[in-house]
Design a protein around this ligand. Structure first.
Ligand SMILES: Cc1cc2nc3c(=O)[nH]c(=O)nc-3n(C[C@H](O)[C@H](O)[C@H](O)COP(=O)(O)OP(=O)(O)OC[C@H]3O[C@@H](n4cnc5c(N)ncnc54)[C@H](O)[C@@H]3O)c2cc1C
Ligand code: FES
Ligand code: FES
Length: 476
């Protein structure tokens, strides 16, 4: 096992050992690399001031391409850099001092005032620029939803985005893409890592079998996927995670395999990676995923992490419950399947046995005539956690409800279905009377929390009205 991480900082190879495996890239950049262009605003993934770009070779050796993704450095731990290129605002200016096209556009369109948010916007724009051109205003708004600016009112920044990202990328990074990919391949020997620091140890296995063996050997270790939840335990609660097992290098956890009409999604797939498949399963699912956090969070957050954290307000659990998903759990050499309903045992408690982890999620494709609707209710469209999420799948045959799966987030200590409301619909003519009966039955199904997002009474009324909205949408 290799005891150091290797990455490119700009085009300079870096090898580091002995760092805390939960040191954030933001802290390393500012305090050790002395690159202070990347800013800390919130340290919890909300503001985008810390946005940096990660580059990875795209396609096989010889394809010569690079893929660039904007991520939040405040929630990114150093081991995630291994085998990648890290770009910050300091790397964009050319050797002759010329600004990068996205920086130049920000100047020309007056996209910066106090400047605190500007490096983060510039890096999010850089990733957008590298995405291939043809960027519309709507696409720019979606790509920049994870960056906050208190000064400009956003219009000038969106103007800069559309102006600079309209044409296909052509800059010194695209010109050097082949060399950069080759340099990364030379750095990355495909080895597993074990990173030691005083009081901390981090394993980064490179295969599923190795992960399973390590998990069994260290059942008390913390599993680290994208770190968009775990990162907060370090940056906000200042916890020291003593033993960490990172899923970063297990390629098998990022596979998508169709088995007949069921898709097997590796638990390590990020939202950005899973989006095309989820869109193919049902457009409602894709619309939901586009509302999870913002681009930087979706580039790191994983499906497995959204289930493994067992949050009552995670967004994919209700959607997966409505679609009838099952989990593939792995412990050592053994696998078992579990309906998702049986996975959540209590507030942030799961059915995972010691040494077990989520390997994959099996999701059946809804029947062509199924009614599928997913409603996320939050105070803001982007970058906001659900107050309530309702996900519904119905089969209506000859006007009669033959199947009903009504699933909820934010309505109990765990994501859950509502058996009484489902029973009120089953076998009934699909109409307002049955829907009103189901709405009434929700009182027996749901035990909503009261918190700053909404009181229990508000949430219950909301859930009832989401059923009414389902009916009104289908009746229209
Ligand atoms: C700014 C911001 C906005 C967010 N917005 C949303 C939102 O709109 N909706 C939403 O649902 N969530 C949201 N989140 C929460 C978070 O992004 C998601 O829950 C995400 O899916 C977590 O995945 P991760 O890979 O980052 O998990 P991590 O942080 O790496 O891990 C989370 C937990 O899951 C466990 N875990 C991870 N993988 C596995 C596995 N394979 N098997 C067993 N356990 C595992 C970890 O041990 C840990 O306990 C947001 C977070 C931030 C910072
Ligand atoms: S500092 Fe705000 S998102 Fe990282
Ligand atoms: S320019 Fe001041 S916060 Fe954006």
């Amino acid at each position: 096992m290799r005891p150091e991480i290797r990455f490119l900082l700009g085009d300079r190879p870096v090898r580091l050992a002995g760092l805390s495996p939960t040191l954030t890239v933001l802290a390393w950049l500012r305090e050790q690399a002395r690159l202070a262009g990347t800013k800390e605003g919130c340290a919890e993934g909300d503001c985008g001031a810390c946005t940096v770009v990660l580059g990875e070779p795209q396609g096989g050796p010889g394809s010569g391409g690079m893929r660039y993704r904007a991520v939040n450095a405040c929630l990114l731990f150093m081991p995630a850099l291994d085998g990648r290129q890290l770009l910050t605002v300091e790397h964009l200016r050319g050797a002759d001092g010329a600004l990068h096209p996205v920086q130049q556009a920000m100047v020309e369109h007056h996209g910066s005032q106090c400047g605190f948010c500007t490096p983060g916007f510039v890096m999010a724009l850089f990733a957008l620029y590298q995405g291939g051109g043809g960027v519309t205003r709507a696409a720019a708004a979606e790509a920049l939803a994870g960056n906050l600016c208190r000064c400009t009112g956003y219009r000038p920044i969106l103007d800069a985005a559309v102006a600079s990202c309209a044409a296909p990328a052509e800059d010194r990074f695209t010109a050097a893409a082949g060399d950069t990919a080759a340099a990364l391949r030379a750095l990355d020997d495909g080895a597993s890592l074990v990173l030691d620091a005083p009081g901390q140890r981090c394993f980064v296995p490179a295969s599923l079998d190795e992960l399973a063996a390590l998990r069994l050997e260290h059942p008390g270790a913390v599993l680290l996927a994208g770190g968009t939840d775990l990162g907060l335990r370090v940056t906000k609660r200042h916890e020291v995670l003593e033993t960490v097992i990172s899923l970063e290098k297990v390629a098998a956890l990022r596979e998508v395999v169709w088995q007949g009409d069921t898709v097997r999604l590796g638990a390590g797939l990020t939202y950005a990676e899973a989006l095309p498949t989820l869109a193919g399963l049902h457009p409602e699912f894709a619309a939901l995923v586009r509302r999870i956090g913002a681009g930087q969070v979706r580039e790191r957050g994983t499906l497995g992490g959204n289930l493994g954290n067992a949050s009552p307000i995670g967004d994919t659990p209700p959607a997966l419950l409505a679609l009838g998903a099952r989990l593939v759990l792995r412990r050592g050499g053994e696998q078992r399947e579990l309906p998702l309903e049986q996975f959540f045992l209590g507030y942030r408690q799961t059915a995972l046995a010691p040494g077990e982890f989520i390997e994959a999620i099996l999701v059946p494709r809804p029947a062509p005539d199924a009614v599928v609707r997913i409603f996320k209710v939050a105070k803001r469209f982007d970058q906001d956690i659900s107050t309530c999420c309702g996900a519904f799948q119905l089969r209506i045959v000859d006007g009669v409800v033959r199947q009903a799966r009504l699933a909820w987030g934010g309505m109990a200590a765990v994501p859950c279905r509502s058996p009484n409301a489902e029973a009120a619909l089953l076998g009934q003519p699909w109409g307002e009377a049955a829907v009103r009966a189901a709405m009434a039955a929700l009182v027996d199904d749901l035990r909503p929390l009261s918190d700053f997002r909404g009181s229990a009474a508000y949430r219950l009324k909301l859930a009832q009205n989401l059923l009414l909205k389902l009916w009104l949408g289908e009746a229209a």
